[in-house]
Design a protein around this ligand. Structure first.
Ligand code: FEO
Length: 391
C-alpha cells in the first residue's frame, strides 16, 4: 500500500481487500472492499484518520514506516474494520492522542485494549489546528453506530465521512469513475444505512452548509463530485417510493411458484414494476437494494411444519431489521392442511408500520378461485399505490 496524495499535505491510504466476500458474516461483498485511512500533515502536527481491519495489519503498518510522528489518531467510528489497528498505532507512536467523540470514547474502550489516558474527546463542532490545516469534528450519530462523527478539513474543503457515503468496492482507483460505484453505494446504503434513514436526513441537513470539494469515505473510492452521492442519499432516505413490488419467495413443489408467476404477470399488466427473488438462491443485498424504493413487499411461501418456510421467515426477519420505508405487505403461498404462516410472518415484521393487504393462501395446487384472489391482490396493490400518491 502506498500513500496517495489527494490534496496539499493530505494522503489517502486505502487497504484493499480484493477477495472479501462477506461482511458481518451476513452481507455479500460481490466486489470486495477497502478500509480507508487518511494522513494529514500540518506545519506543526500530523493526524491519521482511522486505521484498517486487523487482517490488513502488516501492509497497513508497513505503509506508515516513513511516518516518524503521528500526533493525533482520529477515530470516527468504533467498528473494528476501521478501529482494529488503533492499538498497534498507539503502540508504535507513544506520543499519539486518540481523538474521538464522547460516545466514541465509551465504544472504543469497550471494544479495544486502549489506555484511557491516551484518549482525547472532542465535542461536536470543535476544531483542531495542525498548523495551517484545521480539522472540524462534526457529530453524525447513527451512520451507523451511535458514536459516529465526520471530520471536515477546512482549508481543503474535504469531508472525511467514514462509513457515511461509503461503498464496498475493491478498486485501484482513487476517485469514483463511471456509474457502477453508485450501484455499489446504493447496496451499501441499503445494507448498512437504511435502518437509520430519518436520522441520516438530519445529518445531511447538518452538513448542508459546508462547502465540500471531496467526500473521502472509509470504504471505496473518493467522491470527486460530492453532490452526486449526497443527492442520492436525499432520494434514498426520502419519503416517496416507486410503483414497485418486491416478491421474495420460496417454493417446494411449484404451487407457490405458480401463484407468484400469476401475481407477477397480474401486477405487470397493471403497470406495476416487479422484482422477484427466489430466496434459496438470492443475494440478500439485491433484496435490500430493492427495499430502498419499493413501497410494497409480497412474500411467497409454502406452509411447512405448520409455519412459514424457514427461508421466508429469514427474509421477513431481515426486512424487519432493515426498517425500509415499506407501506404495504402481503403474503401468498400454498398449504396442505393448515398452519400459522400468516401470524408467524406478521409477528416477524413488528418494526414496520405497514398495512397488510389480504393474503392469498391456496390449499394445495392453486385453482380458479385462488387466481381470482391474486387478481384482487394486484388490484389492491395498484389502488394502495394510488392512495399513497406513488402513481
Ligand atoms: Fe465500515 Fe461500520 O464499519
Amino acid at each position: 500500500m502506498v500513500l496517495r496524495k489527494i490534496g496539499d499535505g493530505v494522503f489517502f491510504l486505502p487497504s484493499i481487500d480484493w477477495d472479501r466476500r462477506l461482511f458481518d458474516s451476513l452481507i455479500p461483498l460481490p466486489d470486495g472492499t477497502t478500509y480507508n485511512a487518511y494522513l494529514i500533515e500540518g506545519s506543526e502536527k500530523t493526524a491519521l484518520l482511522d486505521t484498517a481491519d486487523l487482517k490488513m495489519r502488516d501492509s497497513f503498518l508497513s505503509s506508515l514506516k516513513e511516518i516518524k510522528r503521528i500526533d493525533y489518531l482520529i477515530a470516527h467510528h468504533g467498528e473494528q474494520d476501521h478501529s482494529g489497528l488503533i492499538p498497534d498505532v498507539l503502540e508504535r507512536y507513544p506520543e499519539t492522542k486518540l481523538v474521538v467523540s464522547s460516545k466514541g470514547k465509551e465504544i472504543l474502550l469497550v471494544h479495544l485494549p486502549i489506555d484511557e489516558e491516551r484518549v482525547k474527546v472532542v465535542e461536536d463542532g470543535e476544531t483542531l489546528d495542525l498548523g495551517g490545516k484545521t480539522l472540524q469534528f462534526i457529530y453524525t450519530p447513527w451512520v451507523h453506530w451511535p458514536e459516529t462523527m465526520v471530520t471536515y478539513l477546512q482549508e481543503e474543503n474535504i469531508l472525511f465521512s467514514c462509513d457515511f457515503f461509503g461503498l464496498h468496492l475493491a478498486t485501484s482507483e482513487t476517485f469514483v469513475r463511471g456509474t457502477y460505484p453508485l450501484e455499489a453505494a446504493k447496496r451499501y446504503f441499503a445494507e448498512i444505512m437504511m435502518p437509520f434513514s430519518p436520522i441520516i436526513q438530519k445529518n445531511l441537513e447538518k452538513i448542508k452548509s459546508l462547502k465540500i470539494s471531496l467526500i473521502a469515505p472509509s470504504h471505496g473510492p473518493i467522491w470527486g463530485d460530492p453532490d452526486l452521492i449526497m443527492e442520492r442519499y436525499r432520494q434514498w432516505t426520502g419519503e416517496k417510493g416507486e410503483n414497485k413490488v418486491l416478491i421474495p419467495f420460496v417454493s417446494m413443489h411449484d404451487s407457490t411458484r405458480i401463484m407468484v408467476d400469476y401475481l407477477s404477470d397480474a401486477l405487470i399488466e397493471r403497470g406495476v414494476q416487479v422484482e422477484r427473488f427466489e430466496l434459496p438462491h438470492t443475494d440478500l443485498g439485491r433484496i435490500a437494494m430493492g427495499l430502498v424504493e419499493a413501497p410494497t413487499l409480497i412474500l411467497g411461501t409454502p406452509t411447512v411444519l405448520a409455519g412459514a418456510h424457514p427461508y421466508a421467515a429469514f427474509a421477513a426477519f431481515l426486512v424487519n431489521a432493515l426498517r425500509p420505508r415499506l407501506r404495504f405487505v402481503s403474503l401468498v403461498g400454498s398449504y396442505g392442511w393448515g398452519g400459522k404462516t400468516v401470524e408467524q410472518i406478521s409477528g416477524l415484521l413488528g418494526n414496520l408500520k405497514v398495512e397488510i393487504l389480504e393474503p392469498v393462501l391456496a390449499r394445495g395446487f392453486p385453482r380458479e378461485s385462488d387466481f381470482k384472489a391474486l387478481d384482487r391482490l394486484a388490484d389492491s396493490v395498484l389502488e394502495s399505490h394510488r392512495k399513497e400518491g406513488i402513481i
